[in-house]
Design a protein around this ligand. Structure first.
Ligand SMILES: Nc1ncnc2c1ncn2[C@@H]1O[C@H](COP(=O)(O)OP(=O)(O)OP(=O)(O)O)[C@@H](O)[C@H]1O
Ligand SMILES: [Mg+2]
Length: 226
């Protein structure tokens, strides 16, 4: 039995205006169940690209990813979508909240899409908003929230279905240092209390350093960060 998440020789390039940009150039990394990992790297180094591939939102050009021993990119599209819904919580670099719904409705959305009981979903959504410090903003729409508040709503939404794997792309990018530390504290708590394995992309070296395991994207590869 291999690791919880095993990534082997993953390559990913973009093609634009006749040019090829090689972003991931042979990524190898294994993550064990329950790990809390930070990922740093220069702007443009490929952190978001890596997270999108791991989150199965984008397919690699080559390489293998195994989740609990099962090769993810060998599954068909339907199976990959089901795997993603069941297993992964994603906090995007842009938060992608639905503008016409309130914060609580946005957080509850993954459960509603799965046709779970709406009332129960909204109750849980309010609990999660409470945890990210937004008890008083549950009935605001995204246009009535600050950038940092929107990011916290997106984190609450990613936690809604208790994913086995949480992938967060700069969840504290728009936050002041103290609110940012609060979110990292929350990530440590959900990691410890709910056993959620998490990979957190951040530009904040201090917060990255505070994570139990630190990785860096450099020259298209994932290496241990000092
Ligand atoms: N759809 C795309 N088409 C072409 N090039 C792209 C595309 N998406 C990203 N890139 C390029 O790929 C490289 C990696 O982008 P990526 O978004 O993964 O970087 P990042 O490490 O997340 O950066 P940041 O810290 O600024 O968010 C960048 O040079 C970017 O310009
Ligand atoms: Mg990015």
């Amino acid at each position: 039995m291999g690791a919880f998440l095993e990534i082997q020789d993953v390559f990913k390039s973009y093609f634009l205006h006749g040019k090829r940009i090689d972003v991931l150039r042979g990524v190898n990394v294994a993550i064990e169940k329950g790990e809390l990992v930070s990922l740093v790297g220069a702007s443009g180094s490929g952190k978001s690209t890596f997270l999108h591939v791991v989150g199965t939102l984008d397919a690699p050009a080559a390489g293998v990813m195994r989740f609990e021993g099962k090769s993810v990119f060998d599954m068909n599209d339907g199976e990959i979508a089901e795997f993603r819904n069941r297993t992964i919580g994603f906090v995007f670099q842009s938060h992608y909240l639905l503008p016409e719904f309130t914060a609580a409705e946005n957080v509850a959305m993954p459960a509603m899409i799965r046709r779970q009981d709406n009332g129960a979903a909204l109750t849980r959504a309010r609990e999660l908003l409470d945890r990210v410090g937004l008890r008083d903003r549950a009935d605001h729409r995204p246009g009535e929230l600050s950038g940092g508040e929107s990011q916290r709503v997106a984190l609450a939404r990613a936690l809604m279905l208790q994913p086995a794997l949480l992938l967060a792309d700069e969840p504290t990018g728009n936050l002041d240092p103290s609110t940012g530390e609060g979110i990292h504290q929350l990530l440590r708590e959900v990691n410890r209390e709910l056993g959620i394995t998490a990979v957190i992309v951040t530009h904040n070296e201090t917060l990255a350093q505070s994570m139990p395991r630190r990785l860096r994207l450099k020259a298209g590869e994932v290496v241990a960060a000092g």
